[in-house]
Ligand binder design. Structure first.
Ligand SMILES: *Cc1c(COP(=O)(O)O)cnc(C)c1O
Length: 402
């Protein structure tokens, strides 16, 4: 296959780190790319396509309803907007001005991250609870359920929870106190797949809305995501996302997504309109989701592990480096290679090595997350056949082993 990027003078990289937006996301399976190409050749009613997606996402997540977003972050924006406005079109029209609406969102301070811009952009006040003390040595506790209760008041629109394998407190406990106060819980589970069982887990634990990335491990379109949850909240999200440049008399939204008879009128374009989703993304995401579930965690892990084993083999033994294959699915859902450097022997820091790999030709992306511990990390998700060998050879060069 010729390289489309040549036409634009852009050189593809070998991504030995993993899917990240900065590096253009994951690589789609040929079936997904073909589905997107096919979708691009006909026009459809986009709301009807989202209603079909709603059924599929509900089936895979166990939620009442679902929706395709332009990413997990876009899902957070739509989820927050839905919790603030409910099904009131006049409130939808006023966002991000939230005067007179429930406009506080409560979250643990330890869950704060730069993706919560998406939540804040709805015009809410973010209320932080708990002190996640990680430095003084007294930090054995994180935010606790009673602290959420203390922070929730009549103007609380939602509780926002960021799910990682190690997140405290447990979601079930947070849901319990939020629901006791009549407040819905939004879960950011952008990167929490695999295990595939997590598609259902957060909904089963009581979350009202959950967001996943489509462009990470699902390997769907980079600009896609999943929003799953309660029917009326998905309806409120859809109303603030779909293009509503249509006459009321002419408007016949799909009943599976929007119940027109409940509305006093149609809202105008909503706060979610800038994160619109194309038919190609919807069809691509649904196809990728189908493949993700069908492959299963064990087969997927074995496929990923083969890339990491090839990398270990091609790297061989190097003075001043210990090459560790992280291959236990119980410890990490995605296999990885960690190269531990003795920086005195190598004469370079881990960050130097990451930069040399990146600045070579072609550029090789490694994961610098653990560079302070002298570790250069590699992940399998975006490696293509034969690339692990190239990465191993280049690593030997950079580490002076050839
Ligand atoms: C990746 C990520 C996001 C953003 O996901 P997109 O699909 O790129 O919008 C949000 N939250 C967390 C925790 C993430 O890891």
């Amino acid at each position: 296959m010729s390289n489309i990027y040549e036409r634009f003078g852009v050189c593809p990289i070998i991504n030995a780190s993993g899917p990240s937006t900065r590096l253009s996301g994951a690589i789609m399976a040929p079936e997904v790319a073909a589905a997107m190409a096919a979708a691009s050749q006909q026009c459809v009613d986009i709301a009807e396509l989202q209603a079909a997606a709603c059924v599929q996402i509900a089936r895979h997540t166990g939620a009442e309803a679902g929706y395709v977003t332009s990413g997990a972050a876009a899902g957070l924006l739509l989820a927050t907007a839905a919790c603030v406005t409910g099904l009131d079109p006049s409130k939808m029209n006023r966002l991000p001005d939230t005067k007179g609406m429930k406009n506080r969102v409560v979250m643990a301070r330890s869950h704060r991250n730069f993706y919560d811009h998406a939540v804040r952009s709805v015009g809410i006040e973010l209320v932080e609870v708990g002190i996640a003390d990680r430095y003084s040595g007294a930090g054995v506790r994180d935010a606790e359920p009673w602290e959420y209760t203390a922070a929730i008041d009549d103007n609380t629109a939602a509780v926002f929870y960021v799910a990682y394998a190690h997140t405290q407190p447990d979601l079930v406990a947070v849901v319990e106190v939020a629901h006791a106060a009549g407040v819905p819980v939004i879960v950011d589970a952008a990167g929490q797949l695999p295990p595939a069982s997590n598609l259902k887990r957060f909904i089963a634990e009581g979350a009202d809305l959950v967001c996943f990335s489509g462009g990470k491990t699902i390997a769907g379109p980079q600009a896609s995501g999943i929003l799953a949850g309660r029917r009326h909240l998905i309806e409120a999200a859809a109303l603030q996302h779909l293009d509503l440049d249509i006459l009321w008399e002419q408007w016949s939204p799909p009943a599976g997504l929007i119940n027109k008879s409940n509305l006093p009128g149609a809202p105008h374009h909503g706060i979610g309109r800038p994160c619109k989703v194309g038919k190609e993304e919807i069809v691509g995401l649904l196809t990728a989701l189908e493949l993700f579930v069908a492959e299963g965690d064990a087969a997927r892990f074995a496929r990923w592990l083969a890339h990491m084993e090839a990398l270990v083999k091609a790297t061989g033994s190097i003075d001043g480096a210990v090459v560790e294959l992280r291959h236990d699915p119980k410890r990490a859902a995605i296999p990885a290679v960690h190269v531990h450097l003795d920086e005195d022997v190598i004469g370079k820091s881990a960050l130097d090595v990451v930069r040399e790999l990146q600045d070579g030709s072609p550029g090789i992306a490694a994961n610098p997350t653990y560079h302070r511990d002298g570790v250069v990390a590699f992940g399998p998700l975006c490696l293509k056949k034969g690339e692990a060998e190239l990465v191993g050879q280049r690593l030997r060069q950079v580490l002076n082993a050839v």
